[in-house]
Design a protein around this ligand. Sequence first.
Ligand SMILES: [Zn+2]
Length: 430
Amino acid sequence: MKQQVYKMIDEMKDSIISLGNELYKHPELGFKEFKSKEIIVKELAKHDITIDKEYFETGFEVSLGNGNGPVIGLIAELDAIKTAGHPYADKDTHAAHTCGHSLQSTIMCGVIEALKQSNIMENVNGKVKVFFTPAEEFCDLEYRKELVKEGKIQKLSGKENMLLNHCFDDCDILLSTHVMGESEYTYSVNSTLAGFCYKKITFVGKAAHAAVIPHLGVNALNCFTLFQSAVGMLRETFVDEDKVRIHGMVTKGGDTVNSIPHEVVYECYVRSVNNDTILKLNKQLDITAKSCAEALNGSVVIENIPGYLPLIQDKKVNEIVNNAVLEFTTKDKVHYNEISMAAGDVGDICIFKPVIQLGFGGTRGRVHGTTFEVYDDEKAYIEPTKVVASTVIELLTHPATVKDIVDSYKPMMTMDEYKQYLDGREEIIR
Ligand SMILES: [Zn+2]
């Protein structure tokens, strides 16, 4: 069966790569992936695969198979990220596929099309669903807050909304992929991902003529600078194993150069592989920001939004993925059990379902940077398509294995607890 699908994937090679190129050249930010959706829907229609359900305007799912066996969910992220200066960045929005999500959509389209074309699903019980998920990158938040206000979404990322809407409920196992970026390895199996909290800290001062009456002003930029220094000094308290990152940007530095800056806005992520550390440090930064602002007669308004939870992949599923990977490469070319500092909303799925994220190669240059590019179509598109297809076939033809995986998986939260987690950590502190 697998050989039959591999052959089909090889036959479809040109159309898979051309879909990849087309998506790569039409990057869109989260919840705005209208063109990407159109391209994918058009491509799937060539194989008589049509939309089953739609979510939040740009997200959707398609499926193949019957309801008499396991349900395997495949995740393909749709969105791009702002990367000004990338050769294929959108001229207006600066969106570019520098996180390689267009490759994920291409791979999952290839999988479902090859399964369909080779008629394999007619001989197995079970279902494959592909979820084209919007808005994985946690950015462009003002636009998304408007969508929340309009009632179109509840939370700011695609999969958070999909979880809250029970989209993955009937799946037994979920498989996802992600580019590794430039690496000495060909695949990454069973990597963890970090989690994070998002903070928007507004330092509030008082405007005054910067040269004539600076003594009557309160310099919000100085408040921020003191805070930034304090965060630097906090670093010696970070535990190495927690792999803490605090990274941010000033999105407003003042209004006019001849006045004391009265408002400075700093947005950042507090990121770690340890969720308790994220929560603790998030509180610590509230205190640091408030204290530093007050030390210079200013004040702060802090907006906290929980980001993603750390990803822990399902080991049993990864044993099957690993067997598939080793059909195409050798063990020394596989990065096992990496502790990655990347984060993704796939982390939130692992709270409820056995899920994996296979890292694949074929790209080079800096991820999220101007030099990111696909350089090996075989490694970037064709091989990972075969690995995912092989895993799907293995799972669908071994329902007892799927049952064992599902039975030994323990959810980490109930849906109510998840809602409470998300809602409870959304706050504005003054
Ligand atoms: Zn990504």
